[in-house]
Design a protein around this ligand. Structure first.
Ligand code: ADP
Ligand code: GLC
Length: 482
């Protein structure tokens, strides 16, 4: 089965978060189930640089304001189609925002362009390529479904995955005429959303199936508290909504073969983590001792509960813990964390920035990873933590609660505990979890049992890829015979 995936980022070419990891890892996992994925990506500079000998398979003399073409590429084993549209994507800065962090003002047009082309490809624009199904990710690709339904690909089944309901691609109604959709599409059962245009909303409306990235989040988004204005629509379409847990790329994230860490190790050689720990101490200017190092690898935002963490840093240090943090995001939160590092030299190290190799080092050398999210569709860093023996301390929400087993007495004695779980949004609960972690860490046998249980847990893509493949088949072949 040929599937066209549409996304705005893909590891390792362009990544701002977990979306890229998922879009990068799913194709190989699906291949094992007979699904051949081709991914359409925007031709950002980093993507275009990786394309060798670009050859146009489709051309657009005027794609929302300038010429564009679609080129084929095989990069890192990934089958790609790249939308080379310099007026939309050939810019210095980020995928969605300029170097100063301000969203590109024409994002509505850039991602409408991506989506319109995706729909065109689904409709057979390239000779010899007729995907049986389209799988779009997040709001940046969601308009694909609108363009499909109002164009040549109206009969091709389409799946939309929600990676984060907080980002919806909501724009003023004034953009509607420029989208090139029929006037009838500006309606409650189309792209209209609270008087404006909603990209994610449109995709949810037109999708044959909607997926999100954990079973818990699939339930949470049906509630007004977590539905972010879309709970009504999602509830109405509930029969088509599936929660399929993300997996991890077992080769990129493998402590026994990771080229980005000083000492490689496995379940039976956990002692080797000590060398990585020394490297973390050096990198984050922490004092060298045996107290536990808690790490954070995160966007520094309200969603991630980083303000809550900043509030408990003093307590963490008083308990005897250390903190090594890498992240970027909210300037206010960055400032608070930098101030905490200045207050607690040698105990708290903060690196404002984004660095893939530091993220691997932290997972391999820190004792625990803290993820205090207010909501978390899936979360990948706790899964990397589990695989690396970096014990996750997580808020009970979304995918975090689905993947970490709290070290309560029962779970500890059954040796099934994999981390510590606390109540989302609550500093007192986080503080108590950190205290429990510090106490447990003093008992090396118990701590190692938690690490090993986590390392044994299987969060590879296998089972989840099978579910996506089954979903694709149910949409392209109808229900399986009894
Ligand atoms: P989200 O996509 O909401 O940010 P996820 O946990 O799904 O959260 O994915 C985050 C991804 O981005 C992980 O691969 C994580 O390691 C990576 N990441 C986040 N912040 C940084 C950073 N500052 N440096 C390196 N990697 C980071
Ligand atoms: C989003 C979510 C995160 C999820 C990732 C990949 O960025 O915030 O929870 O893991 O997408 O699905």
């Amino acid at each position: 089965m040929d599937v066209l995936a549409v996304a705005s980022e893909m590891y390792p070419l362009v990544k701002t978060g977990g979306l890229a990891d998922v879009v990068g890892a799913l194709p190989a996992a699906l291949a094992e189930h007979g699904v051949h994925v081709t991914t359409l990506l925007p031709g950002y500079p980093a993507v275009m640089r990786a394309v060798e000998r670009p050859r146009a398979l489709a051309r657009y003399p005027d794609l929302f304001g300038g010429p564009a073409r679609v080129v084929r590429a095989m990069i890192d084993g990934q089958r790609l189609l790249v939308l080379d549209a310099p007026h939309h994507f050939a810019r210095d800065g980020g995928a969605y925002a300029d170097a100063g962090g301000r969203d590109w003002q024409d994002n509505w047009r850039r991602f409408a362009a991506l989506s319109a082309v995706a729909a065109d490809l689904a409709g057979g624009a390239i000779k010899g390529f007729a995907p049986a199904l389209v799988h779009a990710h997040d709001w940046q690709a969601a308009m694909t479904l609108a363009y499909m339904r109002h164009g040549a690909a109206h009969a091709v089944p389409a799946v939309l995955t929600i990676h984060n309901l907080a980002f919806q691609g909501r724009f003023d109604s004034g953009i509607f005429p420029a989208l090139g959709l029929p006037a009838s599409a500006f309606a409650v059962d189309g792209v209209e959303y609270y008087g404006g245009v909603g990209y994610l909303k449109a995709g949810l409306q037109y999708a044959d199936a909607i997926t999100t990235v954990s079973p818990a989040y699939a339930e949470e988004i049906l509630t007004p508290a977590q539905g972010m204005g879309l709970d009504g629509l999602l509830s109405a379409r509930r029969a088509r909504l599936h929660g399929i847990l993300n997996g991890i790329d077992m080769r990129e994230w493998d402590p026994s073969g990771d080229a980005l860490i000083p000492a490689r190790y496995g379940m039976r050689s956990l002692a080797a983590r000590k060398r990585n720990r020394r490297a973390v101490e050096k990198r984050f200017a922490l004092a060298s001792d045996e107290s536990p190092i808690f790490c954070v690898v995160s966007r520094l935002t309200w969603q991630k509960g980083m303000d809550i963490l900043a509030d408990v840093v003093d307590d963490l240090v008083a308990m005897g813990g250390r903190l090594a943090l890498i992240g970027t995001g909210d300037q206010g939160i960055e400032g608070t964390l930098l101030a905490a590092a200045a207050r607690h030299q040698g105990r708290v190290g903060v690196m404002i920035g984004y660095d893939e190799s530091v993220s691997h080092l932290l997972q391999a050398g820190a004792d625990a990873i803290v993820i205090p999210s207010r909501f978390e569709p899936c979360g990948l860093t706790q899964l990397y933590g589990l695989r690396y023996g970096c014990v996750p301390v997580v808020a009970r929400t979304g995918g975090l609660g689905d993947t970490v087993i709290d070290a309560n007495e029962a779970a500890l004695s059954a040796e099934v505990a994999t981390g510590l779980v606390f109540e989302a949004g609550r500093g007192d609960s986080l503080r108590a979890a950190l205290r429990r972690a510090v106490t447990l860490h003093r008992e090396p046998g118990r701590w190692a049992a938690i690490q090993r249980a986590g390392m044994k847990a299987d969060f590879s893509w296998g089972r989840s890829a099978e579910r996506y493949a089954a979903l694709y088949r149910s949409l392209t072949e109808g229900p399986a015979p009894e």
